[in-house]
Design a protein around this ligand. Structure first.
Ligand code: BGC
Ligand code: NOJ
Length: 810
C-alpha cells in the first residue's frame, strides 16, 4: 500500500494523506542552518549542532508522535485548521505534502480556503523561510485570522529537557514590530539570538507559552486561538518562551494573500552585543530580514536553492529504461548522501540530536557517497577526522562537530576505525586527483606539535592493523568493529552498563575476520596511494602485508562454505557451522568477498551462495542466522536484541550493498541487482504499510524473518546505507568507478537491464557514456572513446580535455 507517489519531473515525493504510518520527514538546509520537517509540519531547527545550538523545541517519543513544529493555524469562523493537518487534526477537504530536494510544500483546503505553504532554508543565510499563501476559493468574502507558532528551545537541547529549576527562570525575549527575538542567556555568555518574523503588520503577538496555549491545553487546541480568538501581547520572563503572530486576513472571492515568515539565527561579536543597556544589537537581524521581505525575494532564494541542487545532481545522471533505478540514482539516493554527510548520525526522528557527535567510521563512509558532489567539503572533513586520530593510528570513535575534538566519553578501541580513514581519503583522491591532500600537515588528537602529513596518518592507520593481530594472525577486534554490538571483550553483567564503553577496550585474543577483509581492500588502496607519491618501497611493503592477511583469511577464516566472522576472547569461532546460533554472518562474507579474497580459489562464489541460502529473505539479506535467542555474555549487545531486530538477525541495510558489490566482483549481475532491489526505497514503496518509514530514503534496519513483523523498517535517513548503496549502484552495478588513473566503466547489470547512458562530471570534464549491454551481466567487449578503441575499462584521462564521448559494448 502506498501513501503517495513519486513526481520525478519535479524531484518530489508527493504524500497524499497526513496519516502516514510514521512521520515522513525531510531535511531543510545545506550547510549550517538545518530544519527537520515532517509531512504534518512537525520538527525542529538548529544551527550547526543539534545538541548545543537548538533553536526550536521538539518533544521526543510523544503521543501523538511528532507533536511540536512550526505551525500555522487558520481560524475561519469557528473552524481552526492547519495546512499540515497537525496539531489540530481538523479534517481537511484536501491535503498534499511535497517533499522536495531541500524544501517541502503543502497545499490544503478547508471550507473554500486554500493554503499553500513553502518551507526551505536559503543556500546562503542562516534562516528558514516559510511562505504562507491563503486563497479564497469560495464565492463569499472571508475574514480569516492567521496565527503562527513556534516554541523556542533554550539552546542546549539536553539541558532544555532536564534543568527546569534553572530554565524556568532564564527565558527572555524582545518584540519589535512583527519580529519576535529570542535572547535567553544572551545577557551572559551567549553572543547569539534567534528571531521569528513576518513581512506584514500584526494584530498582536504572544511570547509566553502559557498565554498562547492556556493551562491544561496543548497545541492541538490553543486557548488563545480556539477560545479567545486573539493573542495577548505577552512578554516572556522565564517559563517557556514561544513566538506567535496574529494576522487578520480579509479575502474577497478569488483573492490570495501571501506572507513571508523568517525563522533566523544571528550572531554578534562579543564586543558589539548591545544596542543599548539590555537591548540586543539587531544589526545582523535587520540585514537578514531585509533580504526576505517580498514574494519575489522568496522566489529568488528558492530559485537559487533549485539551481544549487540541479548543479549537484547533474554530476552523476542515469538514463535507463528502469524508472525506479533512475529516480534513486538521479535524485533520492544522492540527496540522502548529502544529508548523511551533513548530519552524520546526530539528528533524525530516531536519533535525538543530543546523543552522538560525528562518527570516525560513519563520516568516512558517508564521504564515499558524497565526495563527487562537493569534493572541497569532503577534503575539509577528511582533515577534521584525521586531526582526531591518535599517534598509534587508533582513533576516537566520535568527535564533536562544533569543537572538532575527539569525544572522550566514547573513547577509542573500535579497531576498524583507522582503516576507514584510508577508505575515505582514497575515495577523495580517486575522485579529484588532488594528491596535495596527502601532503597536508595534520595533527594527532588536535595537537599541532605532533602533526605529520596525512599520508603518514594513513600509514599509521594501516600499521595499526599490522601491529595489532591476535593468535590466528587476524586483526584484534578491540571494543568492536563495524558491528558496534559484537562486543567480544566486554562481558557486561549488569543492566545499564553501556556496551559501547563498558569493560576493557582491548583484549589480546578476540579477532575480526571482517577487519581482515577491510585490510585487504583498503591496504591495496593505500599501496596505490604510496605508488602515486612515488614511494614504491612503501607500496611493496604494504602489498606484502596484504598478501599475508589474504593468506591468513583463507587459512584461518574459512569455514568450508563461508567466511567465519570472528574469534571470541577464548578463541572460539563466531559465525561458523560449529556454532549453535549465529552460524553465518553477512559482514565477513560481504567484505572479504568484495575485497576479492578467495576469488581465484573459488571461495567467493561459495561464500555468496551460502549467504543466499542462509541469510536471504523477502526484504533483504539478514545480518546473521540463526538469531541469538539468549543473552551471550561473551558476545555482548548483539545478543541483547530480540531475534530479528537490529544487529541480531535484522536486515541491516548498510551491509546489503557489500554483498551486492561482492556479486559484481564475480560478475553475477542478476543476483547483485536482486539484492539491490530488496532494500531499495523505490521498490519498497509498494509495501509502505509494512515498511512504515519514508519510501524515498533508506532506513538503517528492516526487521528480519525472526521478528514479529518481518519487513518493518526503522531508523530512516541517517545511515551508512545511503553512501554504500550509491557506491554500489553507481560504481559497481552501473560500473562507473573513479580510479587514480581516470574513470573506469565496467558494468555488472541484470541481463534484462537494457542499454543505458550515464553522464558523469569528473575532474573538470563531462563524460557521456553509452553502454550497450546485449543481454550480458558483465564483461566489457569493447570501449570506444571519441572514436578511438581503448583497451581495458579505464578511460585515459587527459588534462584539460572537457568532453568525452564513450561507447561501451558488453
Ligand atoms: C546500536 C548500533 C549503534 C550503537 C552505537 C547500538 O545500540 O544497535 O546500531 O551503532 O548502539 O550507538
Ligand atoms: C550504527 C553505527 O552508526 C555504525 O557505525 C555501525 O557500524 C552500525 N550501527 C552497526 O553496528
Amino acid at each position: 500500500m502506498k501513501f503517495g507517489y513519486f513526481d520525478d519531473a519535479n524531484k518530489e515525493y508527493v504524500i497524499t494523506t497526513p496519516k502516514t504510518p510514521l512521520p515522513w520527514i525531510n531535511y531543510l538546509g545545506t550547510k549550517d542552518f538545518f530544519s527537520l520537517i515532517s509531512n504534518t509540519e512537525g520538527g525542529y531547527s538548529f544551527y550547526k549542532d543539534a545538541k548545543l545550538l537548538r533553536i526550536t523545541r521538539f518533544r521526543y517519543n510523544n503521543v501523538p508522535a511528532d507533536s511540536n513544529g512550526k505551525y500555522y493555524y487558520i481560524k475561519d469562523g469557528d473552524t481552526v485548521w492547519n495546512p499540515g493537518w497537525m496539531p489540530t487534526k481538523t479534517d481537511l477537504d484536501s491535503y498534499e505534502c511535497r517533499h522536495g530536494i531541500g524544501y517541502s510544500k503543502w497545499e490544503s483546503r478547508k471550507n473554500g480556503v486554500r493554503a499553500n505553504v513553502l518551507a526551505f532554508v536559503p543556500t546562503n543565510d542562516t534562516c528558514e523561510l516559510n511562505q504562507v499563501k491563503l486563497t479564497n476559493e469560495s464565492d463569499q468574502a472571508k475574514e480569516l485570522t492567521l496565527f503562527s507558532y513556534v516554541e523556542w528551545c533554550l539552546w542546549n537541547a539536553q539541558d532544555d529537557m532536564l534543568n527546569f529549576q534553572r530554565n524556568f527562570s532564564t527565558g527572555e525575549v524582545e518584540v519589535i514590530g512583527s519580529t519576535i527575538y529570542h535572547k535567553t542567556e544572551y545577557r551572559e555568555r551567549r553572543n547569539h539570538y534567534a528571531l521569528f518574523s513576518v513581512n506584514a503588520p500584526i494584530e498582536n503577538f504572544e511570547t509566553q507559552r502559557e498565554d498562547f496555549l492556556g493551562a491544561y491545553h496543548d497545541n492541538r487546541d490553543p486557548k488563545a486561538v480556539c477560545e479567545d480568538g486573539h493573542l495577548h501581547g505577552s512578554i516572556a520572563h522565564g517559563w517557556s518562551p514561544v513566538a506567535a503572530h496574529e494576522i487578520k486576513v480579509s479575502l474577497k472571492p478569488g483573492e490570495s494573500k501571501s506572507f513571508v515568515f523568517v525563522l533566523g539565527y544571528c550572531e554578534n561579536p562579543d564586543n558589539d552585543k548591545w544596542e543599548s543597556k539590555g537591548v540586543i544589537n539587531k544589526a545582523p537581524a535587520k540585514a537578514l530580514l531585509s533580504k526576505y521581505q517580498t514574494d519575489a525575494d522568496v522566489d529568488r532564494a528558492f530559485g537559487e536553492l533549485k539551481a544549487y541542487w540541479d548543479e549537484l545532481l547533474s554530476i552523476y545522471t542515469l538514463e535507463s529504461s528502469n524508472d525506479k533505478v533512475n529516480r534513486m540514482v538521479n535524485i533520492w539516493n544522492q540527496y540522502q548522501c548529502m544529508v548523511t554527510f551533513n548530519m552524520s548520525r546526530s539528528a533524525s526522528y530516531f536519533e535525538s540530536g543530543i546523543g552522538r557527535g560525528m562518527g570516525f567510521r560513519d563520516s568516512n563512509q558517508d564521504l564515499l557517497g558524497f565526495v563527487h558532489l562537493i569534493p572541497e567539503r569532503a577534503r575539509e572533513r577528511i582533515i577534521d577526522i584525521a586531526s582526531t586520530q591518535f599517534e598509534n593510528g587508533s582513533a576516537y570513535h566520535q568527535y564533536q562537530p562544533l569543537t572538532k575534538r575527539g569525544n572522550s566519553d566514547i573513547g577509542s578501541g573500535f579497531n576498524d576505525d583507522p582503516l576507514w580513514l584510508i577508505a575515505g581519503t582514497s575515495a577523495y583522491v580517486r575522485e579529484t586527483g588532488d594528491v596535495s591532500i596527502l601532503k597536508e600537515t595534520v595533527p594527532y588528537d588536535n595537537d599541532m606539535s605532533k602533526a605529520t602529513s596525512l599520508m603518514e596518518h594513513l600509514k599509521r592507520s594501516f600499521d595499526f592493523t599490522v601491529n595489532n593481530k591476535g593468535p590466528h594472525g587476524l586483526p584484534l577486534i578491540g571494543r568492536a568493529d563495524w558491528n558496534d554490538c559484537l562486543n567480544l571483550n566486554c562481558f557486561s553483567e549488569h543492566p545499564g552498563e553501556p556496551f559501547q564503553t563498558f569493560g576493557p577496550s582491548e583484549g589480546p585474543v578476540a579477532e575480526s575476520v571482517f577487519i581482515a577483509g577491510m585490510f585487504v581492500k583498503y591496504g591495496e588502496e593505500y599501496a596505490q596511494l604510496a605508488d602515486l607519491l612515488g614511494d614504491s618501497a612503501e607500496a611493496a611493503r604494504a602489498r606484502k602485508e596484504v598478501k599475508v592477511m589474504y593468506d591468513t583469511v583463507l587459512k584461518e577464516g574459512w569455514d568450508g562454505e563461508w567466511f567465519i566472522r570472528a574469534f571470541d576472547a577464548e578463541s572460539r569461532k563466531i559465525g561458523s557451522k560449529e556454532c549453535e546460533e549465529g552460524k553465518i554472518f553477512i559482514e565477513s562474507n560481504g567484505f572479504c568477498s568484495l575485497a576479492g579474497i578467495g576469488v581465484k580459489e573459488g571461495y567467493v562464489e561459495k561464500a555468496l551462495d551460502s549467504v543466499k541460502a542462509h541469510l536471504d529473505c523477502k526484504y533483504g539479506v539478514m545480518i546473521l542466522q540463526p538469531a541469538y535467542t539468549v543473552y551471550h555474555l561473551e558476545l555482548g549487545e548483539i545478543s541483547s536484541y530480540p531475534p530479528g531486530y537490529k544487529e541480531n538477525a535484522g536486515i541491516f541495510c548498510h551491509n546489503n550493498p557489500w554483498v551486492s558489490i561482492a556479486e559484481t566482483v564475480i560478475g553475477r549481475g542478476n543476483r547483485a541487482f536482486e539484492i539491490y532491489k530488496k532494500t531499495c526505497p523505490a521498490y519498497t514503496e509498494e509495501i509502505s504499510e509494512i515498511h512504515k518509514t519514508e519510501p524515498y530514503v533508506y532506513c538503517q534496519m528492516v526487521a528480519g524473518n525472526d521478528a514479529y513483523i518481518p519487513g518493518e523498517g526503522k531508523n530512516s535517513w541517517l545511515t551508512g546505507t545511503a553512501a554504500w548503496t550509491f557506491v554500489n549502484i553507481s560504481q559497481y552495478i552501473l560500473g562507473v568507478y573513479p580510479t587514480l588513473k581516470g574513470l573506469s566503466v565496467n558494468p555488472c547489470v541484470p541481463s534484462d537491464f537494457g542499454n543505458f547512458k550515464v553522464t558523469r562530471k569528473f575532474r573538470g570534464a563531462t563524460y557521456h557514456i553509452e553502454v550497450e549491454t546485449n543481454g550480458h551481466e558483465s564483461g566489457v567487449k569493447s570501449m570506444i572513446v571519441d572514436g578511438v578503441n581503448v583497451p581495458g575499462t579505464v578511460i585515459p584521462y587527459e588534462e584539460g580535455k572537457k568532453e568525452y564521448n564513450v561507447k561501451v559494448v558488453m
